[in-house]
Design a protein around this ligand. Structure first.
Ligand code: DGY
Length: 327
């Protein structure tokens, strides 16, 4: 008998067909109020869930007594309570690897856009304000040859280091749980304490996952350590940063600017002070948002879910003990 899958994300036609060949599928197209009602109604039958961008805590999952597996279309797993899932032997999978290069591209887009003031100056052109050659008040700052500081040297951190080192001749410094000799050998990267990195880097890039340990890692004390000509880039999660402290640092000129793809609350409130600052480039959580990568992520999630529902160990299992204990 086919298993029942609840999709809370639209899939391409070939992926939908593949899933429907093996499962009965309920599709919730949008997570608006109506969609959330549909989800609530569908959960009691769900054996598999596939989607992203929804905090699936016990309040939701208690409604799904038959649930065997969740395939998250994301690398980040901060929307899930791993202890809860494992206690219920619910497998959680994510989509690492397929989005690494694209997310690093986003990081570099933000570095370049912030340093060269691309968005601010493009808006001036669009507004008809380009009436003479620009002067020093609108000059940006170089990227090539500057020191790239990466906090969190996982897959995406490495892809950022690769771009900085080989593409832009940037000395790379990094901070992570422990030094990574292979990264140091490939990119000439040097390990620093968090404090030393914040004091030294021209570009400070966050690529850490959100965990209890990283939440609020960068606050007033950390912004005060940064150089006044540094640029802060966040492509990880908004909650790794104390956003009020970031706004204060930008307003007070403690740092030169920021390129932000993630925020404490998403979507970002249109009234956020961040949007009043010319030296902020804000994008709507587009880290992995390309046609190719989002399709690859969805394919990976479908593969994960089908394997899990077949009783196999899925390729990108986040909580192996749920699998081991559930056998
Ligand atoms: C991820 O995959 O975690 C991206 O940030 C999208 O949430």
């Amino acid at each position: 008998m086919k298993k029942h899958v609840v999709l809370y994300k639209t899939l391409s036609a070939p992926l939908m067909q593949r899933l429907q060949e093996r499962a009965d599928v309920t599709l919730i197209e949008r997570l608006d109020a109506h969609g959330l009602d549909q989800l609530r109604a569908a959960l009691p039958q769900a054996q598999g869930l596939l989607g992203a961008s929804l905090k699936l805590d016990a309040q939701w999952l208690d409604l799904a007594p038959k649930l065997e597996a969740i395939a998250s279309v994301s690398v980040g797993i901060d929307n899930y309570d791993l202890d809860y899932l494992t206690a219920r032997h619910i497998l959680l999978t994510n989509t690492p690897d397929v989005l690494t290069e694209t997310t690093a591209d986003t990081g570099f887009a933000l570095i370049l856009a912030s340093a060269r003031r691309v968005v601010e100056l493009a808006i001036r052109v669009r507004n008809g304000q380009w009436q003479k050659n620009i002067g020093p008040e609108h000059f940006g700052t170089d990227v090539h040859g500057k020191t790239l500081g990466i906090i969190g040297m996982g897959r995406i951190g490495e892809a950022l280091a690769q771009r900085g080192h080989f593409g832009f001749g940037m000395p790379v410094i990094y901070h992570s749980h422990s030094p990574k000799p292979a990264v140091e050998a490939r990119f000439g990267a040097r390990y620093r304490s968090l404090k030393a990195l914040l004091q030294e880097a021209d570009f400070i890039c966050l690529t850490l996952p959100l965990t209890a340990e990283t939440q609020g890692l960068i606050g007033a004390e950390q912004f005060a350590l940064m150089r006044t000509d540094s640029i802060f880039i966040n492509i990880s999660r908004g909650k790794v940063v104390d956003e009020a402290a970031l706004i204060h640092a930008l307003q007070q000129g403690q740092i030169r600017g920021a390129g932000l793809d993630v925020f404490e609350r998403e979507p970002l409130d249109p009234a956020s002070p961040l949007l009043t600052l010319d030296n902020v480039v804000a994008t709507p959580h587009i880290g992995s948002a390309t046609i190719e990568t989002r399709e690859a992520m969805a394919r990976c999630a479908v593969d994960n879910l089908l394997a899990a529902l077949d009783g196999q160990r899925p390729p990108n299992l986040v909580n192996p003990s749920a699998f081991d204990q559930g056998r």
